[in-house]
Design a protein around this ligand. Structure first.
Ligand SMILES: [Cu+2]
Length: 92
């Protein structure tokens, strides 16, 4: 019984640690000038649950930190697509 409780507590704690915040890198190949990242980051910041966005034009990447309970990657790529910049999840 005690063992069970410890396992349960650890499970809950790990859940809290992993479900809240997530960071992904998106490839945004359609960025063609230095103002494009502004449009892309604005589009991403508007998505509810997004906490931090860092877009770099040189790498054509968008690093997005978001609340995993509120928003999914598909919504992020959808947001950039709607802004005119289709993106995809970068596979490491
Ligand atoms: Cu541009």
């Amino acid at each position: 019984m005690k063992q069970y409780l410890i396992t349960l507590t650890l499970l809950l704690l790990s859940n809290m640690a992993f479900s809240a915040e997530k960071t992904v890198t998106l490839e945004v190949p359609g960025m063609t000038c230095i103002t494009c990242p502004i449009t892309v980051s604005k589009a991403l910041e508007k998505v509810d649950g997004v906490k931090q966005v860092k877009v770099t034009y040189e790498d054509k990447l968008a690093v997005v930190t978001f609340d995993d309970d509120k928003v999914k990657v598909a919504q992020l790529t959808e947001a950039t697509k709607n802004a005119g910049y289709p993106s995809r999840l970068k596979q490491n």
